[in-house]
Design a protein around this ligand. Structure first.
Ligand SMILES: Cc1cc2nc3c(=O)[nH]c(=O)nc-3n(C[C@H](O)[C@H](O)[C@H](O)COP(=O)(O)OP(=O)(O)OC[C@H]3O[C@@H](n4cnc5c(N)ncnc54)[C@H](O)[C@@H]3O)c2cc1C
Length: 429
């Protein structure tokens, strides 16, 4: 297809980040022409659709905290004040901590209280009273072999929960269409043509000594051009930008989710004492790697593990989940701590790929020439998307400070690469 029409803004990637950025830019500039392209057939079909979509405000770095808190507040605003349902459920996060983790988190916990995060301690006896299916002291031969440790206490994050990313996507999609933004699906950006800002029409341009700009992107549907390009292509970002020498510092890392269902999970799904929904919170097992999300509407639980040592950084265009990953890595631990998972096999499974910023695990929003890059969500892009979109908007507007939801401010350079300052995140799942 292609078009000779030149857009003011061309967004590559209709995931939650590209949509959020386009939404806020268009809010600020109702008259500009915007085209959003995506290789999939509809918006939000990349990582956004694969997410476990848990959201939390409990971060130790003020940047992460600000990004997450303001985005969660925006989602609350959309759901509770405008009436557009996002299935936002503040079911809480429950960290089950072993002895070493209790010690390691002591200072962090105190700091988070000071920063206004609502975290409550759930003592061991209370945990067994509220969650009869939980084994506090796994002691079977298998548990000993795996080195599973006793649960010393629970930490319950109250302003945390879950959301439906597809509904956030629907919200942005509807609002963008209302504002005249164009979409083109099934359009894969294949390469980017860089040119000289001031061209002499010489073969071999742009030369080292010339200022450069993106002139055009080539897609399977022909070329498209714009004044400004916004690349929010998730794990596809590096593939597009590496060839033109923009280093976005990300690596892809697969993550799989397993859906479990069975009558033995009913009591867990109907846990009282944590939230209004009377369900078990989003739960992180001791050791911090294996977690599960209750999905009461589906009468199911989604289980996954946080990627780490042993899991490769590798690009897979369409990653798929493998049941043996569940059987060998997740099930043995899950079923020792929670007997109600015993003998359950996944009824469904899927996989996505984190765009991991391997430097500090925090989003990157940077402008190079006429290209804004928004990437490096590192597994927490749903909970930070609104704020990331607003930072991209401030950069589009050449502003040094982004105004986030709830009158919060964030200096745009903090997420950039040149003057990056994101602090250390110590509360990582
Ligand atoms: C298993 C799993 C669990 C997760 N759990 C959570 C969680 O609990 N909480 C949380 O906040 N986050 C979570 N995340 C992370 C979250 O899903 C992502 O951070 C977020 O969706 C990133 O959004 P995005 O728009 O950057 O990427 P994407 O949603 O991947 O969007 C990028 C888009 O770009 C398109 N694209 C790529 N390359 C091209 C190209 N060359 N041409 C055209 N289009 C292209 C893709 O089709 C895609 O639609 C999880 C992710 C996974 C995989």
């Amino acid at each position: 297809m292609g078009t000779s029409k030149r857009y003011d803004l061309l967004v590559i990637g209709a995931g939650i980040i590209g949509l959020s950025a386009a939404y806020h830019i268009k809010e600020n500039h109702p008259d500009i022409s915007v085209l959003i392209i995506d290789r999939h057939a509809a918006p939000g079909q990349g990582d956004t659709a694969k997410s476990v979509a848990a959201i939390r405000d409990t971060f130790t770095s003020d940047v992460n905290r600000t990004l997450a808190r303001s985005s969660i507040d925006f989602y609350k605003h959309i759901q509770f004040e405008t009436g557009f349902n996002l299935n936002l459920e503040l079911v809480g996060y429950l960290w089950l901590l072993n002895k070493e983790e209790v010690k390691a988190y002591e200072a962090i916990e105190a700091d988070m209280h000071e920063q206004g995060m609502r975290l409550r301690t759930v003592e061991r006896n209370k945990l067994s009273e509220l969650i009869p299916d939980l084994t506090l002291d796994p002691s079977s031969e298998q548990s000993n072999l795996m080195g599973l440790k006793s649960v010393e206490k629970g930490l319950h994050g109250l302003d945390c929960g879950t959301i439906a990313p597809e509904l956030i996507v629907n919200f942005y999609d509807a609002e963008l269409r209302k504002r005249g933004v164009e979409f083109l699906f099934g359009a894969k950006a294949e390469s980017i043509r860089l040119g000289a800002k001031q061209s002499f029409g010489l073969p071999g341009e742009p030369f080292v000594w010339q200022d450069k700009l993106i002139k055009e992107i080539q897609t399977n549907q022909g070329p498209f051009s714009a004044e400004t390009y916004l690349v929010a292509a998730g794990i596809g970002t590096a593939q597009l930008l590496d060839p033109i020498g923009i280093d976005c510092m990300i690596k892809p890392r697969k993550n799989s989710v397993f859906q479990l269902r069975g009558t033995s999970l009913e009591r867990l799904l109907a846990t009282k004492g944590f939230n209004e929904q009377n369900t078990t919170p989003f739960t992180i097992l001791p050791g911090g790697r294996i977690y599960f999300r209750p999905v009461p509407k589906e009468r199911s639980i989604w289980a996954a593990s946080a990627p780490g040592l042993g899991q490769p950084f590798k690009l897979e265009e369409e990653p798929s989940a493998d049941e043996s990953y569940y059987t060998q890595n997740i099930y043995p631990v899950l079923s020792e701590y929670y007997t109600c998972f015993t003998n359950l096999r996944p009824v469904n499974m899927w996989a996505g790929s984190y765009d991991v910023n391997s430097l500090d695990g925090t989003p990157i929003v940077e402008k190079v020439a006429n290209c804004i890059v928004a990437t490096g969500m590192s597994g927490s892009g749903i909970m930070k998307a609104d704020a990331v979109g607003r930072v991209a908007t401030a950069i589009f507007d050449d502003k040094e400070e982004a105004r986030l939801f709830g009158d919060r401010k964030l200096s745009t350079s903090r997420l950039g690469l040149a003057d990056r300052s994101v602090g250390k995140e110590e509360f990582v799942i």
